[in-house]
Design a protein around this ligand. Sequence first.
Ligand SMILES: Cc1ncc(COP(=O)(O)O)c(C=O)c1O
Length: 452
Amino acid sequence: MSPEGEPVTTTTSGAMTGEQMIALTKRHTLFEWTAQGKVDPIPVARAKGAYFWTPEGQRYLDFNSQLMCVNAGHGDERIVRAIQEQAATLAYASPHVATEARARLGAKLAEIAPGDIETFFFTNGGADANENAIRIARLVTGRHKILARYRSYHGGTAGSLTLTGDPRRWAAEPGIPGVVHVLDPYHGLERGWDTADEALARLEEVIQLEGAQTIAAFILEPVTGTNGVLVPPDGYLQGVRELCTRHGILMIADEVMSGFGRTGEWFAVDHWNVVPDLICMAKGLTSSYVQLGAVGLRPPLVRHFQDHVYYGGLTYNSHPLACAAALAAIRVYEEDDLVGNARRMGEKMKAKLADLAARHPSVGAARSIGLFGMVELTRNRRTKEPMAPFNGTSPEMTALARFFREAGFFTFTRWHTFFTNPPLSITEAELDEGFAIIDRALEATTDGAVEG
Ligand SMILES: Cc1ncc(COP(=O)(O)O)c(C=O)c1O
């Protein structure tokens, strides 16, 4: 800390006010997934731990790890130093050469990845990890169809957006050929959950109707992210694994959001001891200090490419800065036992979510696993009508988002839901601070709208 009590590792040039930042950003850059006229960004100057600040010094508690990705917390000096040192030594190298950062990261990931996965293809982020995973599956199996689920997000590129089941897919249709969507075990607040057996029976029926021999892979988020922190019923993932094996279909786990401790295990599949054939990661891989994604492959798939060409490549494949950032982030997870902290703080968060559900009539459902949490709001406790329509918003949800912002609380609100995904380094006091704001926000903005 500096003499003024300011964190020393975060820097601001100090040259721009928040207003200037917003004006230039809006004029010269496009924001994603939104009409530009509606954009109202927070200007962010610096960040430390679970907080970030505007240039004028307004503080926000980051209850979403930005985009569910800064798992180690902001401004960790160990990660910053590793990036600086790598930049000074070797900032970039062609994907056709070997580097120490790449070598070490591959070996480290082999240690923590599920089961016998010990080989990785590096990408720029999650979407292209998924693109490469489905290409690998198609090349290895010689089949073309890919099964994906409706309540899913797999990324913003052509193939990954086709895999995506939620409405972000619609504007990109018709997308790539061969993708078939299946229903999830969860059907929304009003319809509720299937049992594992029911969900697996639906899946098996689709496999039969599509023709197992035409299906290369089934891609799924083991714990679904933006579509609702959907923790599958016990037995579901094991059943998916068994069905895939029985039909020669490769199982692809998209752990872009659920990986690197978010759920209280290194990877979400570890909760059910399931080893997918391919695993995709990004976000927490580097704690998002530098962009990086990866696809992990099981040995039989790796063997296929010993004498078959892998038709895939990226200029920034195995980027040394990103590999160094990932190594440092993993070291931080280990040194600070952040996966254990996600488990411990996750138990506390689960109790706090249950408490919200008990006291606020507008809480229709609250779920979490580790520090991966979300709340679904309802305007009717009996019918479970959501507080905003599917893919829409409502005055109450707009008021809730405004309350959060004015209270210095940053999270992701979507449709009738909001998320509780703080950095894995969060303390109990910081959790208390966040939930106290949520408590006031629900009372002020959504509880009054509840009927029934
Ligand atoms: C489960 C999942 N897969 C893929 C992606 C896409 O990752 P990226 O935005 O790094 O391309 C995301 C991003 O939120 C995600 O949550």
